[in-house]
Design a binder for this molecule. Structure first.
Ligand code: NOJ
Ligand code: CA
Length: 537
């Protein structure tokens, strides 16, 4: 498969590896780099063009590695820096690019900077790297403002000398002060550290939240104020202009990919201007549910917003923060965007999987890059029934279980039938860090590779076609006339995609042959909850 342009992020199929749950090489129950290296051929056969690794750095794992102690070290649970370098090399030998995750909003409370800040006095330069403030109330016993942590509970924690520090996420993730030039310099050095090791792209965690209004004003949590005190401040753009200059200083193409959750597509697109990030995740699409009107409106809005800045769109169905889409689509009411993470007592998994197959053909046919979250190619559902004492996610614990958290989409993958952990770890390995459902025995990758009707084989076929089809990836999309709740569009070159989200079978366009279908077709009719790629003449 030859890349269409050297601007690989404009069209790539990118696979997200969540290292902790991908494959356990040494048998301690935690996924690791040895595990990934042993499965690179699997990823190569799958036909992906890049891997994004969720954080693999030194971490106390208060937020599964999104609490980083040192960006220049690999966590010993995952391996060593030398092993990461080997992995980058081995991926490149297979024409697979590597994206690493950089977390600028916060570090771990065990990071050297934060330890020094705790040891230092109020108003010291060490504390200036974070957001330390005196409290309110007579003796400063109240937090400096009413901000709530995104993981539940207050966004402030008090230290022994009486000051408080800000953490928009867990208390173990103190927020950095991006107005401080040392912070900016350090992160640009971190980018160079990984680019120098051959990394092709950086995924930017919580990219729209780094800058804060230094007045730290209260706001009404029931409305989204404009300007917000920490979401989407203009200063963010300056940070990424600096990062883009670093990326562009390398002769070959290095990409910056933002995690930008913003409701307004025009505000989102500002992060993708020519001297800022290359792309950003499109979460609106993920939130649409299985709803033709919502999906079509989202696609149109996304394409229009991106066209304004000449950036490619991205399409994401699942990641390590949301309920797996087999389960989302299998809920009786999938029409609302509200439930990207919620308990799902009633799920029709077969229906969810059928829709997930059609959704895979939809996303892979849309203009731009597509992301695949590990296990979606196996059709894995969310694991709903993890016992409370095995749950790890701070969201679950900080909300007292009101929010199920993200453990259910992070359960270790089933690879084959060779071991008690379905091939996740070697024989006799420790139990996986999260329990795997016994039903996953049937969903293992080896069994699916030899079953032409499996989800995995659908991904193989579709990704191979996507790689060969010049009209796919970046480029124009034209909607075709279609019945209600049917999405039909052409990408040029005689390539047409039709997705039937209605309750009735719908006729295929005339003069067409089937390239791939998400379900067996009967004659010239496309059944409900089915997608198809066609060559039209
Ligand atoms: C977004 C990441 O995807 C999520 O997993 C993490 O908890 C937060 N950012 C905080 O880093
Ligand atoms: Ca391990």
């Amino acid at each position: 498969m030859t890349p269409r342009t050297t601007d690989w992020w404009r069209h790539a199929a990118i696979y997200q590896v969540y290292p902790r749950s991908f494959a356990d090489g040494n048998g301690d129950g935690i996924g690791d780099l040895a595990g990934v290296r042993s499965r690179l051929d699997y990823l190569h056969r799958l036909g992906i063009e890049a891997i994004w690794f969720s954080p693999w750095y030194l971490t106390p794992m208060a937020d599964a590695g999104y609490d980083v102690t040192d960006f220049r070290q690999i966590d010993p649970r995952f391996g060593t820096l030398a092993e990461a370098e080997k992995l980058i090399d081995e991926a490149h030998q297979r024409n697979i690019r590597i994206i690493v995750d950089v977390v600028p909003n916060h570090v771990s409370n065990e990071h050297a900077w934060f330890l020094a800040a705790l040891d230092a006095a109020p108003d010291s330069p060490e504390r200036e790297l974070f957001w330390f403030r005196d409290g309110r109330g007579e003796s400063g016993e109240l937090p400096p403002n009413e901000w709530q942590s995104i993981f539940g509970g207050p966004a402030w924690t008090r230290v022994p000398d009486g000051q408080w520090y800000l953490h928009l996420f867990a208390p173990e993730q103190p927020d950095l002060n991006w107005r401080n030039p040392l912070v900016r310099d350090e992160y640009e050095e971190v980018l160079r550290f990984w680019f120098d090791r051959g990394v092709d792209g950086i995924r930017v965690d919580s990219a729209a939240m780094c800058s804060k209004d230094p007045a730290l004003p209260d706001y009404d949590h029931t409305v989204f104020p404009d300007p917000h005190p920490y979401v989407d401040l203009d200063e963010n753009h300056d940070i990424y202009r600096g990062w883009r200059a670093v990326a562009d200083s390398y002769p070959d193409k290095r990409a910056l990919i933002g995690e930008v959750w913003l409701a307004d597509p025009a505000r989102f697109a500002r992060y993708l201007r020519a001297d800022e990030l290359h792309t950003a995740f499109n979460f609106d699409f993920l939130g649409c549910g299985w709803d033709a009107l919502a999906l079509r409106a989202c696609i149109d809005q996304t394409l229009a917003a991106h066209a304004g800045v000449e950036a490619p769109s991205t399409w994401v169905l699942s990641n390590h923060d949301v309920t797996r889409h087999v389960t989302r689509y299998g809920r009786p009411d999938t029409s609302t965007a509200a439930g990207i993470r919620q308990y799902n007592p009633v799920v029709d998994e077969d229906l969810g999987r059928r829709r997930a197959r059609a959704a895979a053909l939809l996303t892979m046919a849309l203009p731009g890059a597509v992301y695949i979250y590990q296990g979606e190619e196996l059709g894995l559902p969310e694991v709903e029934n993890i016992p409370a004492d095995r749950r790890d996610d701070p969201i679950y614990h900080r909300t007292q279980g009101k929010d199920p958290g993200r453990d259910g989409c992070r359960v270790p993958l089933p690879w084959d039938e060779s071991t008690e952990t379905y091939g996740f770890g070697p024989a006799g390995a420790d139990r996986p860090w999260l329990p795997q459902p016994t039903a996953w025995a049937q969903l293992n990758a080896a069994a699916q590779e030899s079953d032409p009707a499996s989800m995995l084989r659908l991904y193989h076929t579709a990704l191979a076609l996507r790689g060969e089809e010049p009209a796919l990836g970046d480029g124009p999309l034209t909607w075709l006339p279609a019945p209600e709740k049917v999405l039909a569009f052409t990408r040029g070159g005689g390539f047409t995609c039709v997705i039937n989200l209605s309750e009735a079978a719908t006729p295929l366009p005339p003069n067409s042959t089937v390239l791939v279908a998400s379900q067996p077709l009967t004659g010239a009719l496309l059944p409900p909850d089915t997608g198809v790629w066609l060559r039209t003449f």
